[in-house]
Design a protein around this ligand. Structure first.
Ligand code: CMC
Length: 432
């Protein structure tokens, strides 16, 4: 899609710098969001803009996901996240994000078949797992293996291919990343890898590859499958977050899909982004170990001399509530009840939320639980080890990353990403 088509400015804004004035076209989004097009600013005035962390900078026009952070709204291709989480599977949502519409029954059949038939990994590549230390973090393994796909499947790394072939690559990646994620876990615990089965659907196969052994088949529980399905849907896209922007930036150099996604996985790993789900559980566990002192943790988070932050709280965009967190909390309560689990971490999490939501520090800064606050408790209840939490986030985010990579690739006007900087280093010096 050529997003430049929607760029029809009807208003302009004036920017005066010194004695120079330029007219900036105002770009209006579908939901009446306004942006100033400052692309002529430097050439006409010599100035650039400075925006640490890109808090006020739109880097692209996109038709994939809409977020209204003030009102807790999240929609994929126009459809509210609440409806998708309730009524659709992850594979259908992946199709929606990547191809722009929910699949018809026929399309769903074809897409599912493609995923099942492409889930195997080249046997020589599987051997690479043996050479990684079993202590390696599964995110390191996953990122390394995803970029390695371009070595084992070079024909899929060629960008000069037709749309049919792109769909094939996309299906391969969606199918193979799930297999790689499960293999990285099996290798980390020293168990033989388990091959996927045709009879299982996407999420079922993931759980089977994670938890079955050569002697025992993992008994699939509908509620568990459903919880993972919803977690993946809730993570599937979130417009220009750190990892997606990374995927777009790498992809803007015309790097292949595997290289771009591998970079996105690395960006996701950090504790301020996708790594927060692991950090939340580690924080909750340490509070439980110390006797459940939720109040003390809140005080530390508020103390400006302490670098500690309340993990799973706060968001750059959501300033009222995170709609994903609301759904996740419901899934968490329901699943733990069904599985008969009484997790002290859940009690501590609820205490923290209750205290923080009444505390001026958090109220003034509009800090609320985000998607990572309760997701770890669900994953823990299912038996997924803590260091795999961010891998699950990566599996969920994959369709979003692919959709953005594809949108950018299909937009002929896309430029290579190349921000400016303000140099504040030493002035010119000469060698004596
Ligand atoms: N605990 C304590 N104080 C916080 C927190 C927190 N979790 N988050 C923000 N603040 C404070 C921050 O110190 C600052 O205070 P002040 O104005 O006095 O300097 C103010 O709130 C604004 O914070 P910021 O760092 O400027 O906000 P940001 O938009 O740059 O950062 C964030 C957003 C998510 C990185 C941050 O809220 C944070 O570090 N949260 C904890 C990590 C986390 O849960 N990350 C997962 C995000 S959701 C999943 C995803 O999409 O990645």
């Amino acid at each position: 899609m050529d997003n430049s088509q929607s760029k029809q400015p009807s208003e302009t804004a004036e920017i005066t710098v010194g004695n120079k004035t330029i007219l900036c076209p105002v770009i209006t989004g579908t939901e009446n969001e306004k942006a100033l097009d400052i692309s002529q600013l430097r050439s006409k005035t010599g100035f650039v803009t400075y925006d640490d962390g890109f808090s006020n900078t739109a880097s692209c026009l996109s038709s994939i996901t809409y977020i209204d952070g003030e009102n807790g709204v999240l929609r994929y291709r126009g459809i509210p996240i609440e409806e998708l989480a309730e009524k659709r599977t992850f594979v259908e949502v992946a199709h929606l994000l990547i191809f722009g519409h929910l699949p018809s029954a026929d399309e769903r059949g074809v897409f599912s078949k493609l995923l099942t038939s492409n889930c195997m990994i080249h046997d020589n590549m599987v051997k690479l797992f043996d050479n990684l230390p079993s202590s390696s973090h599964p995110m390191a393994t996953l990122s390394a293996m995803v970029v390695t796909l371009s070595a084992y499947y070079p024909e899929l790394s060629n960008l000069e291919i037709n749309p049919g072939e792109i769909n094939q690559i996309i299906a391969e990646l969606l199918a193979k990343l799930r297999t790689l994620a499960a293999y990285s876990y099996k290798k980390s615990i020293g168990e033989p890898i388990i091959y996927p089965k045709r009879k299982y659907r996407y999420v079922e196969n993931f759980l089977h590859m994670m938890f079955s052994t050569p002697v025992d088949e993992y008994p699939l529980d509908k509620e568990v499958v459903d919880a993972i399905e919803k977690i993946l849907i809730l993570h599937a896209d979130h417009e220009q977050n750190c990892s997606t922007s990374t995927v777009r930036l790498v992809g803007s150099s015309k790097a292949n899909l595997f290289a771009s996604i591998s970079a996105g996985i690395c960006a996701l790993w950090g504790p301020l982004h996708g790594g927060a789900n692991q950090a939340v559980i580690e924080m909750l566990e340490s509070i439980v170990r110390d006797g459940g002192q939720a109040k003390r943790v809140i005080e530390r988070a508020k103390d400006k001399k302490d670098s500690f932050r309340l993990m799973g709280f706060g968001h750059r965009i959501y300033k009222n509530f995170d709609p994903r967190a609301k759904i996740i909390k419901e899934i968490c309560d329901k699943l733990l009840l069904k599985l008969g689990i009484n997790d002290p971490c859940l009690d501590v999490a609820k205490q923290i939320e209750e205290i923080a939501l009444k505390d001026d520090y958090f109220i003034e800064r509009k800090l609320y639980p985000n998607v990572d606050f309760y997701s770890g408790i669900i994953l823990r209840a299912i038996g997924i080890p803590t260091n795999m939490f961010t891998v699950i986030f990566a599996m969920g985010r994959l369709p979003g990353w692919i959709a953005h990579w594809k949108e950018q690739r299909d937009t002929p006007t896309t430029k290579i990403g190349r921000p400016r900087q303000i140099y504040v280093g030493a002035p010119i010096k000469h060698i004596e």
